[in-house]
Write a new protein. Structure first.
Length: 151
């Protein structure tokens, strides 16, 4: 059967076999060539969110990221963290690359309302810790309703 007279299923099966063979024989280089490598492109740093009595704390793993290049943005109850990690200096042929490089962005909805003017961000040992003060709740307001007799 020639390629032009084969069914779409046969063509798809042939293409999948070609991809599987390329990955089996060439490993990650084949994934890169096919643009299927999950370790390439935008990456998403791991995030922990801790809620305390009067604070929300967001802890972000950013090893190898220059903290002076990280942008922390708070709009309403959405915390956005942006930055990038440079590709390592190549001293030879890359055999395996598992540490993602390039730009990243995480938009994190916060579990509580926070004060926009009370945000502290500290970086140490590749970990960014952002501490946000919870918004102080106003005490319930009681209003007395005056009732007028209409006679």
């Amino acid at each position: 059967m020639t390629e032009s007279s084969s069914s779409p299923i046969d063509r798809l099966r042939g293409e999948l076999n070609r991809v599987v063979d390329a990955v089996r024989l060439q490993g990650e280089k084949a994934l890169d060539a096919l643009n299927l490598n999950p370790m390439r492109g935008p990456w998403h740093p791991a995030v922990d969110i801790l809620e305390k009595t009067d604070q929300v704390q967001v802890v972000v793993d950013l090893p190898g990221v220059d903290p002076t290049t990280v942008e922390v943005l708070l709009v309403a109850n959405m915390l956005t963290i942006r930055g990038s990690r440079a590709v390592g200096a190549s001293q030879g042929t890359e055999v395996r690359a598992e540490r993602p490089a390039g730009s990243f962005e995480r938009a994190i909805p916060l579990p509580s309302a926070v004060e926009s003017d009370e945000v502290d961000a500290q970086a140490k040992w590749g970990v960014l810790t952002i501490t946000l003060q919870k918004r102080k709740e106003s005490p319930p307001l009681s209003v007395r309703v005056a009732v007028q007799n209409r006679e």
